[in-house]
Write a protein that binds this ligand. Structure first.
Ligand code: TYM
Length: 350
């Protein structure tokens, strides 16, 4: 059984304490975009060599909205490719498909019984999806319960995500506390109560139209888009109609918000000054953004093309990650079953 982790190590500036157990997930529901990258993936890559880390591709979650087996398989492998291309080292941490740890659905079932329907009906993501016209199926409603199981089954203490996941992490905290209170002695809780890790400057990355970048709003720029397709997207970012020669406020422009994510301090200052001085149009800013994007992802694009030719290697990474993750999950589940009073007779058999 994994021991309770102490939080005594002082963190390096800006970094979580080295004792934190990092867990996070991404849906395989289509090409990952800049919002996924800056809001979550970049932090996942950043932390996986210095911390214990578990990253899962949440294909069970995606069943709530996707009913196409070929796409689900393809997108799952694509997310794995993205991680590897962006620098994830499978020797350093675990990357796996959620469905390789079916125990997570068992824990979600146990948590379902500690959750009221009215709590779930208040879910912002649930209400948003229903408002978009998606059928309010039970999977969609209980989505945050499965997410709580994802986090807690590995003993996660810190969850790097974008701001849109805040409510889900809050529900996870409530469930961890409720489970511990219901089934554990005060000095022997099963689950740590995790915290979200949300970086304020990338909490909500805007899309082409200025709303939150999202696959479902059709306003996303894919991490691995390039060439003409990328150019068309960037040139299509909505701007106001301030004329070229007039001074502009960079803080009110989506192009600049994206530039800020990619640019170093010096470039940022230079472009900020150009906006304020006037004579610098949104077209100039968009070209600058294109250059920065190309530069930022140049190496990752090459790596991804190379990896895409070796799909078996990608599957091997998922297989090994899944094996380790399942082992860890089963340790937790043994304890959970015992606390809840679920008999598993095969364990008692002679
Ligand atoms: P998903 O797949 O929608 O998004 C993956 C991650 O990307 C972040 N993100 C953004 N961040 C900033 N700006 C944006 N425009 C933006 N769009 C997406 C999300 O916040 C997320 O961190 N419910 C999760 C998947 C999940 C999960 C988990 C996450 C399932 N189980 C356990 C953490 C822990 C989701 O739908 O992410």
């Amino acid at each position: 059984m994994p021991s309770e982790r102490t939080r005594s190590n002082p963190p390096a500036p800006g970094l979580p304490a080295s004792s934190e157990v990092i867990v996070s997930g991404i849906q395989p529901s289509g090409a990952l975009h800049f919002g996924n990258y800056f809001g979550a993936l970049r932090q996942h890559i950043q932390l996986h060599k210095t911390h214990e880390a578990w990253y899962f591709i949440v294909n069970y979650h995606t069943l709530t909205t996707l009913r196409d087996r070929d796409k689900l398989r393809r997108y799952t492998l694509d997310v794995a490719l993205d991680y590897l291309a962006l620098g994830f080292d499978p020797e350093a941490a675990c990357l796996f498909a959620q469905s390789d740890v079916p125990e997570v659905t068992e824990l979600a079932w146990i948590f379902n019984n500690l959750t009221t329907v009215s709590q779930l009906e208040k879910g912002v993501a649930y209400k948003d999806k229903v408002a978009q016209g998606l059928a309010p199926n039970a999977g969609l409603l209980t989505y945050p319960v499965l997410q709580a199981a994802d986090i807690l089954i590995y003993g996660g203490t810190l969850v790097p995500v974008g701001a849109d996941q805040k409510q889900h992490i809050e529900m996870t905290r409530v469930l961890a506390e409720r489970f511990n209170r219901t089934y554990c002695l005060e000095d022997d809780p099963v689950f740590p109560v995790p915290e979200p890790w949300i970086l304020s400057d990338v909490a909500v990355v805007p899309g082409l139209d200025g709303r939150k970048m999202s696959k479902s709003y059709d306003n996303a720029i894919g991490i691995f888009e390039e060439g003409k397709a990328l150019r068309k997207k960037v040139m299509g970012i909505v701007t106001d109609s301030t004329p070229l020669e007039a001074p502009k406020d960079p803080e009110r422009d989506h192009v600049f918000t994206l530039i800020r994510l990619f640019a170093d301090e010096e470039t940022r200052t230079r472009i900020t000054e150009a906006y304020r001085a006037g004579g610098y149009g949104y077209g100039h800013a968009k070209k600058e953004l294109l250059r920065l994007v190309d530069e930022h992802f140049a190496e990752a694009r090459l790596r991804r093309k190379d990896l895409a030719r070796r799909p078996d290697d990608v599957l091997d990474v998922l297989r090994e990650g899944g094996r380790k993750a399942r082992e860890r999950a089963c340790e937790y589940m043994e304890r959970v079953r015992e606390r809840v009073g679920l008999i598993t007779t095969y364990r008692d058999a002679p």
